[in-house]
Design a protein around this ligand. Sequence first.
Ligand code: FAS
Ligand code: PHB
Length: 393
Amino acid sequence: MASTRTQVAIVGAGPSGLLLGALLARAGVDAVIVEQRSADYVLGRIRAGVLEQVTVDLLDEAGVSGRLHAEGLPHDGVNLAFDGVLHRIDLKALTGKHVVVYGQTEVTRDLMEARAAAGLRTVYEAQDVAVHGFDGGQPFVSYTLRGEPHMLQCDFIAGCDGYHGVCRASVPAEALQTHEKVYPFGWLGILADVPPVAHELIYAHSEHGFALCSMRSAARSRYYVQCALDDHAERWSDEAFWAELKRRLPADVAAQVLTGPSIEKSIAPLRSFVAEPMRFGRLFLAGDAAHIVPPTGAKGLNLAAGDVGLLSRALAEFYGGSSRGIDTYSERCLQRVWKAERFSWWFTSLMHRFPDTGSFGQRMQHAELSYLVSSEAASKALAENYVGLPLAF
Ligand code: FAS
Ligand code: PHB
C-alpha cells in the first residue's frame, strides 16, 4: 500500500473542498484533496448561481477571483412576481450590498485551475474512499486509485464530500443529531443559450406553482419551475418547459421570454437538513456534508464558503499554536447555518404551492407577499438575508 502524509486531508473536490484547499495553501498549511469523480464530472454539475459578498471576499482571499470580477454580474436588486405584477426589492438601497451572479461551475473551474497551476495535489477518481482514526490522534484516509491501495496519513480530515458523502456517514450515529425537512416538490431547471428575460432575478409565485428566472451571463439563461417530486426531466420537452414557465410569469414578462434549445435539463429535490455538531475529534464537516438548504434563498454554496472560511482560519490557528478556532468551529458555523436554514425555509414556504396549502394557507401567502413589498421593514429583512448575513471570523 502506497502511504503518503499531509497536514489536512480534504475529502471532496466540490466548492467546499477546493476553496478550503486554496485558503489553507494561502495560510501555508499543506492539504491533499481526494475526490471520487473526475474533474470533468464535477464541472458538469449545474448548480448555484448567486454569490454573496462574503463568498466573493473569500474567493478574493484565495486569489481566484480574477474572472469573477471580469465576468460576474453584480445585481443591486431582485424581483418578486405575484398577482401578475413584478415588485423589485432594492437590495443596494436597503442593505448597501449587492450579490454577484456567477455560476458555481465557473467558481469550481477557477479553483481547479488555480490549484493545478500551484502544483497542489488533488486525487481524482479515487475509489472506496474511507476515513479512519479521526476520534484519536492518527487519522488517515484510505482509497484505491487505478486498482492500487493508498493511505493518506494526516493531522485532520475535512469532510467536504456533500450530502451523500462518506465522512458524515462514518460518524457513529450516537454522536450525531440530524434535523431534516423534505419538501413535497422539486425544481426542474434548464440552461439555454438565450438572453435572460430580465437583467435581475425574478422569483415568481403563481397559482400554477413557483418559477425562477436566473442567468449565467447576458447570453445564457437559467430557469426553474416547481415540479412534482416523482417527475422526470426527460418527460419535459423544451416546448412544454417554456410554456409552463410563461404560464407562471406576469403576462408582460412572459411575452419577453426568449426561448431556445436547452443545453441542460435536470430536477433537484428540495430539502432542509442540518447535522450537529460539525466536528468529531479530528474530522470536520463543511458545506453540504453538514447541511442542505432548499435553493430558493441561494444559500447552499454561500454557506459552504462560510464554513471553509472559518475552518481554514481555525486550522491555521492550530498550527500557529492555538486550538481556540477548531474548538469553536462547529458552534460558530451553526449560528450562521441555522439563520440561513430559517431564511431558506421561510422563502420556500412563501413562494411555492404546497399540496395541503388550502384556501387559508394561500391567503396567508398572499398577505405575506403583499406586506413584504409594501413595508420597508419587511423588505429590508428579506434583503439582508438575501445578500447574506455577516461571517464573524
Ligand atoms: P458538493 O456536493 O458540491 O461536492 C462534494 C464533492 O464530494 C463532490 O465532488 C463529490 O463527487 C465528492 N464526494 C462525494 N462522496 C465522496 C467520497 N466518498 N469520496 C470522495 N469524494 C466524494 N445552491 C445554491 O445556492 N443555488 C442553487 O441553485 C443550487 N442548486 C443545486 C442543485 C442540486 C441538484 C444540488 C445537489 C445542489 C444545489 N445547490 C444549490 C447547492 C449546491 O450548490 C451546494 O451548496 C454546493 O455544491 C456545496 O458544495 P460542497 O459542499 O462542495 O458539496
Ligand atoms: C441559479 O441561478 O441557479 C439560482 C439563482 C438563485 C437561486 C437558486 C438558483 O435562489
